[in-house]
Design a protein around this ligand. Sequence first.
Ligand SMILES: [Zn+2]
Ligand SMILES: [Zn+2]
Length: 275
Amino acid sequence: MKIDGHTHSHFCPHGSGEHVEKLIERAIELGFDEYHITEHPPLPESFLKDLVPLEAVPTITFHENETDDYIKEMLYVKNKYKDKITIKVGFEIDFLPDHTQWTKQFLNDYGKYCDTGLVSVHFLKGISGWRCVDYDAKDTAEGLVSYYGNPEKFQLSYYDMVIESINADLGINKPTRIGHMTLCNKFKTFIGIETSTVIDEKVDGILKLIKNKQYSLDYNTAGLFKPYCGETYPLNNIVQKAIKMGIPFMYGSDAHGVEDVGRGYDVFQSSMKHV
Ligand SMILES: [Zn+2]
Ligand SMILES: [Zn+2]
């Protein structure tokens, strides 16, 4: 089964704007059997007011009042293409530690329409408020890394948030696949991120937790194509450890446009074979 388990649509304001049907047609062309549309859900207003920099805010996701349209449109394409490809629909849920009740309610309301999903950490507390980990290299360096003190402490804070996201009670519809668990490496060479024993131990702890909870991991290839990253999330040595522990992976291109669909699938395949 060839699956792309993590993609976005024209509902995403930071994507290419290309219609989801164009991405689906590309997936069919590439021989995918299954295609998961996992859009960023809206964010609570009470969180958005604490988010900086202000220019990032409108690029993050669609407004709450568009959620019904997203679901309707994705269920329509799911049916339209059902003879050519299996489409699953859901969300890449943002973990927001101060808004778990809101997220739980969202999942209670929309979970019944979803048959896939992920939980991802995109935000950390930083200078002047909450900030995106993956918005802009300079912004991450100045607003987050300097807030935590150094690249290692920044990474540890990211991983602590991942741990919190795995342990969080988001109700029965909580997705059990963790999105890009090493997203803190997106601007790796810009920030000067290096691994260390402390980081390795933290990551091992996350893997144990995922194993105990019977969760799975997103094998996200987007980082391979980012100029300051050049590696998958998580990177191969973590992937190999996880496979040995029996943690399941699902490939995800994290496509935000047609040309991203299926990217790095060959890397995923050879990574899965290495064990
Ligand atoms: Zn993401
Ligand atoms: Zn994504």
